[in-house]
Design a protein around this ligand. Structure first.
Ligand SMILES: C[S@@+](CC[C@H](N)C(=O)[O-])C[C@H]1O[C@@H](n2cnc3c(N)ncnc32)[C@H](O)[C@@H]1O
Length: 202
């Protein structure tokens, strides 16, 4: 099996419509800024991109759900600053032509589905699922390599989303006793998995 890490960020209020102002992302986009920071954390390393990462951003705050999938193996022009990343997301979603619930590539490595969590779960069929929760059993010792990690936004998971994940077989895992920002959780996960692979020669 190919080595692959997937991250899924559930943006319960995030939207990407014409009312979003780049000069006031937190105030006008339902916190698309939270998702933009997760793009940097999931894909950007010093002087490069993590090619083995798939990132899903689920935007549930608009008139209809939208999910952006960024494939590190093919994505181009991923810059580390929040404004460029928000622009990238807005453009990708703005290009959507028809209401297709499947992922449709809008530019190299970046696809959009006109659907929410269900599109992600369908896309990740067969991949072990992990739901990130403070207080859950620690990632250390969990022996995870290939997996999809589901992370909440500034308000956390809504009960229906958490229930859907557990029903789909997701295993709860934690990264320590303090509640962290979503992008910091991604960074900690990468670091733990990088170290585990380094230790085991993977
Ligand atoms: C800013 S936190 C959410 C805070 C929200 N008020 C709550 O209580 O759920 C964003 C997300 O990061 C993840 N998270 C935060 N701290 C964590 C921890 N220590 N271990 C595992 N996941 C964590 C969870 O998925 C959470 O939904």
């Amino acid at each position: 099996m190919l080595r692959m890490r997937a991250f899924v960020i559930l943006g319960s209020t995030a939207r990407a419509d014409g009312g979003v102002l780049l000069d006031d992302l937190p105030g006008t986009s339902g916190r698309l800024d939270v998702l933009a920071r997760c793009v940097r954390a999931a894909l950007c390393v010093s002087h490069g991109i993590r090619r083995d990462v798939l990132l899903y951003l689920v935007l549930l705050g608009g008139a209809a759900p939208r999910t952006v999938r960024i494939d590190g193996a093919h994505a181009k022009f991923i810059r580390p600053d929040e404004r460029s990343l928000a622009t990238l997301l807005l453009k990708a979603i703005g290009r959507v032509g028809s209401e297709d619930a499947r992922f449709v590539e809008q530019r190299s490595g970046i696809a959009v589905a006109c659907a929410g969590l269900e599109a992600v779960l369908h896309d990740l069929t067969g991949v072990p699922l992990v739901v990130l929760e403070k207080g859950a059993p620690d990632i250390r010792g969990a022996r995870l390599t290939n997996a999809a990690f589901f992370i909440g936004d500034h308000v956390g998971f809504d009960p229906a989303a958490r229930e859907a994940l557990v029903s789909a077989g997701a295993r709860p895992v934690g990264v320590g006793p303090i509640s962290l920002h979503s992008d910091d959780v991604v960074t900690v996960l990468h670091n733990e998995l990088d170290r585990e692979l380094d230790r085991t020669g993977g």
